[in-house]
Structure formats: structure tokens, C-alpha cells
Design a protein around this ligand. Structure first.
Ligand code: ZN
Length: 138
């Protein structure tokens, strides 16, 4: 389960709308206790691909975000990217690029009037995609 503060959700939505028509991306960090991940920080990053169908995070941005997490005692919990015109489901490429089955892979769909965020645990070796419960807090 992922606990996500509403203000972080709002930041992800604003960042993703600002990146349209391209996909947006970023990282989330916080603490994990047992199966519960508590998101406490979001890093809104550039989509190095500048594409409506793909995203990648530059290694420079990845390194500086991870350095900032260390400074604050956070761990990397997962990442997010947006789907400007498609539902919030991992594409074949999203599954292929999922490198860590302990991370949360969040997808924000902007294809409908109301944005929809879903989070997934992806094990590409098993080709399994499991939707993770997201609980919103103030
Ligand atoms: Zn995707």
C-alpha cells in the first residue's frame, strides 16, 4: 500500500499538465515500513525524451534527486509518469523498463477530464502487474 499526501498528488497533476502534450515523470521518496510505503517527497523531473509516448529520466537528475533523498533520510519509493491520451495502465514498454519490483510505478492518466492516478508493482521477469492500493492523506 502507498500512502500519498494530497498536496503531492496535486503537484504531480500540475507538473503533468504542464508537460503536455508530452509525458511527464518524476520520483517519489519517503519511508517504508513492512508493506506500507509513506510518500513524503516528490521530485518533479524533466522527460529527457520529450515525447508523448515515452519518458526517460536523465542520470544527472536521477543522481541529484537521490542525493537529496539521502540528505533528508528518505528512501526511493518509486516513480511516476503521465499518459497524456491513454488509460493509467502500464504499456509493454513500461513493463519492460520496470527494473525493481520493490518500487511503486505510478501512472497518471490525463485522457479524461478528471486525472486518474494508479500505482503498480511490476515484476517484469514474471510479467506480473499488480495494482497497488493508494490511500490519500491531507
Ligand atoms: Zn507509460
Amino acid at each position: 500500500m502507498l500512502i500519498l499526501p494530497r498536496d503531492i498528488l496535486e503537484k504531480i497533476i500540475t507538473h503533468s499538465r504542464g508537460a503536455l502534450p508530452n509525458e511527464a515523470c518524476g520520483l517519489i521518496a519517503g519511508h517504508a515500513d513492512g508493506g506500507v510505503k509513506k510518500c513524503e517527497a516528490v521530485y518533479l523531473l524533466k522527460n529527457a525524451d520529450e515525447s508523448p509516448e515515452h519518458f526517460s529520466i536523465s542520470s544527472e537528475e536521477q543522481f541529484s534527486a537521490v542525493a537529496d533523498m539521502r540528505k533528508h533520510g528518505f528512501m526511493l519509493l518509486g516513480n511516476f509518469h503521465s499518459h497524456p491520451t491513454t488509460p493509467p495502465r502500464p504499456s509493454e514498454e513500461d513493463i519492460r523498463l520496470a527494473f525493481d519490483c520493490s518500487l511503486s510505478y505510478m501512472i497518471l492518466s490525463l485522457s479524461e477530464a478528471e486525472p486518474v492516478l494508479k500505482s503498480f508493482i511490476i515484476d517484469k521477469n514474471e510479467h506480473s502487474v499488480i495494482e497497488e492500493t493508494v490511500e490519500y492523506t491531507l
